[in-house]
Design a protein. Sequence first.
Lengths: 318, 407
Amino acid sequence: MSELKKIKNLKEFSTSADRFEGANLLCPGCAHSIIVREVLNATNDDLVLSASTGCLEVCTAVYPYTSWDASWIHIGFENGSTAVAGAEAMYKALKNKGRLKQPDRNPKFVSFAGDGASYDIGFQWISGCMERGHNIMHVVLDNEVYANTGGQRSSSTPIGSSATTSPAGRVSYGEKQNKKDMVSIMASHGIPYSAQVAPNKWKDMVKKIQHGMEVDGPVFINAVSPCTTEWKFDPKDTMLLTDLSTDSLVFPLYEIIDGHELNITYRPKNVVPVEEYLAAQGRFKHLFKDEYKYLIKEWQERVDANWAYLNRREEARV
Amino acid sequence: MAFDKMELKDIEVWDGNFAAAQAMRQCQIDVVSAYPITPSTPIVEGYAKFLADNYVEGEFVMVESEHAAMSGCIGASAAGGRVATATSSQGFALMVETLYQASGMRLPIILNVVNRALAAPLNVNGDHSDMYLGRDSGWIQFDAYCPQDAYDLNFIAFKVAEDHDIRLPAMVHQDGFMTSHTAQGVHTLDDDTAYNFVGDFKPMNDMLDFEHPVTHGVQTEEDWHFEHKARQHNDLMTKVLPKIQTVFDDFEKLTGRKYNIVEKYDMDDADVAVVCMGTSVETAREVALEMREKGIKAGVVGLRVVRPFPFFEIQEALKEVKAIAALDRSSPNGAPGMLFNEIAGTLFNTDTKALLSGYVYGLGGRDLTKKHLVDLYTELQANVDAGKVTTPLQQFIGVRGPKLQFL
């Protein structure tokens, strides 16, 4: 059996010995490191990790240093999922052949990638891994933009966001396409577990990660990761932004079991208007001009519709 | 469940693909991560059937693209075990990004490349465009001329690549259809002998050693990138060919079959020589003998190892000849052919007065006929007689329309 951590409170959680060092080059206020620590903290088992090219990768393994006290691999932008899938295949092979150096271990195989590396360039690789049933977990650090390369739009970038390749301007409100629904797409592979998580709701997140590590088969996790640099907010406000994202229901927290059983795992007591979430970020600043205020209204309608949809699915158990 | 061994006849009738698949089976690979593409598909199919029939014990991962195939191989190899796959042409081109990553990470993956043309226009037949595309990727490249070579060179490739002094991936090339789909007699090794030659895989920096976590695939910029690349190049330039020679010697002791880094045929007293690769070597050998009956002292030099390029071995092989033809089976697209350039590089600064000319041939599976080679040797002899190259330096052989020649 695997060994999951039993964590009572946030203080214990934040001081828990982990395998991701604070010595890294991520921006102050970056949510990536918080999410990674929360994922790694969910288990005492050995880990085989990957990172796709992106902020996490370039900030944690700059030769001759590494921030990872666990086996870790980076190949390229698109193939981090397949990297751990290959390692997992080798684990199975060596286990069958009796050649594991520590045969009593129960390693977990986890790939981390940004939304660009997951929703866009790595989409096919992740889909392949999910379809083939590798015993791996893919975690998206979803900051809705190519942050590492300076803020270009990805297919996770939401409508109205000003990205460097879809900038707001005199005649444009920025990004025109809606965000891709990756959790549903991945759940549609029929995988045993997919979920959306947020670092502020750490108990919810740990529960989901631990569940994901316990199931047999591929797991997809989408983690909201507010980006101080590209969302344009003060680095001290990362958790505030995360709260706004979950409590406005822009990032609803839910899970889908076996591709069809949807459970909402967090229902905010006081739902925050989407306008507050948008207003807290520089990337949406232009939406508050008179000519674009209709977009804020549309944002709210879209979020409401999605929340109603999730509730209907939960109620109908589909 | 333990796997079964397979009884082989001393000589089996195999095509190059099946020979490679059999060698992969006998090497007891831990993970094969693969994607099918013509003409290498039967290697993967053959391996899958071995698995279905319990002749293989490892994991077989059929992924969704060649890029993913090599990505899976990299993850598996870094985890710490024996890894191989196969591809051709467009699949090879799709893999190129990961080829550099595999070699830069020093992972001893074996890739069977069944050589095929690159689109456009789309073409499934054999030429060396994919082989040439891989030549700067930091892999060791072996070249098979026939199914026997494709079988033998797989064992040799594993033994060289996995050596802890080398730790570089290796390709075993064979010509699409001409070798891959042409059945010939192949002298076999029994399963135990074959496996024992290659030996057990010895992991190094393996991710599955949880007592010693490792970081693979780091970031380096101007401060360290050059040193890493230089070290890899240094090992390719100084360690690989001596290691290959040792393994060739070991293989000869075991099987009696002798491979050389550069294969020389009728070169002892040759005036004129053709340098080529793949199945063309055998055609050229036959024509060279016929030319000798006509009084032209013809010889053939075949590359057995394409990378690292056997600079001094080529220099040595060609030092006495008077005229050389470099045959490139890949469109140089705006330059002299690769072999022409490499050979020119080996001979420059030497005392040779040899006349060098280049020929582009066989693109997209176009036959190189004996007649082509007779004409070619005749041209080389004319160059010798005239004391200068009498033709343009680059000619196209066997292409329709007005004669194409440049330089």
